[in-house]
Design a protein around this ligand. Structure first.
Ligand SMILES: O=C([O-])CC(=O)C(=O)O
Ligand SMILES: [Mg+2]
Length: 219
């Protein structure tokens, strides 16, 4: 996590809009210059596609439902509060689909907690219900699509605040997530400042190439 209360600054609207100017591709390029693991997630769907998402991850791992393991009294709410801990504001709730990307993992009612506690939004590699309700609550949501059917007979939330697999990428609690209509990128918290620095450099290099290309003559 970022020191000196800078987290708040990182979550603010101006900062997120600057990130969206840089764009997902520049952030993925920058990640690629300092890490060699997969950090990018292909484009996702949003109830409000103009709204980018950024913040530190709070994770819930789903699993295929088992009838012998569902007797537990733990509910989605228990996992949510375990995931976000004592400082939910600005976090990104990450829902890992547990192998069922086309099943609903939550909807507008359960996820009203995201607005209520001031999280930045939700990233789910499964589907979500109630897009209209999600859009109206004013947080950013990116997921695998909308669903109308309840998914509780297929998947169950199983663990919170754990490292998860998400669309082929490893996300650990506290990693920074950025998502927009181009896709998403997962940035280890200790690499964030360096990634931002390099992404700005990538942006500068791109505009330089663009100028050179504009000056090209037919050989
Ligand atoms: O009930 C569910 O599991 C999903 C849902 O529609 C909601 O949270 O509003
Ligand atoms: Mg609902």
């Amino acid at each position: 996590m970022i020191e000196n209360g800078a987290e708040h600054e990182l979550g603010n609207a101006r900062f997120v809009s600057r990130l969206s100017e840089l764009g997902c591709a520049a952030l993925v390029d920058a990640m690629g210059r300092i890490h060699d693991h997969r950090a990018h997630i292909l484009p996702m769907v949003s109830p409000d596609p103009g709204r980018p998402l950024f913040g530190p991850a709070a994770t819930i791992a789903f699993m295929p439902r088992r009838d012998d393991l569902t007797q537990s009294s733990e509910t989605f709410a228990d996992f949510f509060y375990q995931a976000v801990g004592e400082s939910p504001a600005g976090r990104v709730l990450v829902l890992s689909s547990g192998g069922y990307p086309d099943v609903s993992h939550a909807g507008g009612t359960k996820l009203s907690r995201v607005a209520h506690h001031g999280l930045a939004g939700v990233l789910a590699d499964g589907r979500l219900r109630d897009f209209r309700q999600l859009r109206e609550q004013g947080f950013a949501t990116w997921c695998n699509g909308e669903s109308t059917r309840w998914g509780g007979e297929v998947v169950m939330p199983y663990a919170a605040d754990v490292t998860v697999e998400f669309a082929g990428v490893c996300i650990t609690p506290g990693d920074y997530v950025y998502a927009d209509s181009s896709g998403a990128v997962v940035i280890p918290s200790q690499s964030l400042h360096r990634v931002l620095e390099i992404a700005r450099k990538v942006e500068g290099e791109d505009s330089h190439f663009l100028e050179q290309i504009r000056a090209e003559q037919i050989p």
